[in-house]
Design a protein around this ligand. Structure first.
Ligand code: SF4
Length: 75
């Protein structure tokens, strides 16, 4: 578990609580090397946040008709 929290980019990443830094295997394979499961792509990270938000909206049926919600500027 500790190997996951040695990756410096993760420790400074805004979406660490959502992403978790990827799987433990990836952390072990990249020990000592900076890595990101999203290849350090800020737009990919924002998409993860947006997807998570929309999923929660759907789960609460607030977003059952999501046509009124703005589409991703990243799409
Ligand atoms: S998005 Fe990349 S940098 Fe951020 S926590 Fe996940 S693996 Fe780490």
């Amino acid at each position: 578990m500790s190997s996951k929290f040695k990756n410096k980019p993760c420790l400074a990443c805004n979406i660490l609580p959502i992403c978790g830094g990827g799987c433990k295997q990836l952390a072990i394979e990249n020990e000592g090397v900076d890595y990101c499961v999203y290849d350090f792509g800020e737009s990919r990270k924002k998409q993860v946040v947006l997807d998570g938000f929309l999923k929660v909206m759907e789960e609460y049926e607030v977003g059952s008709d999501t046509a009124h919600l703005p589409t991703s500027p990243l799409a």
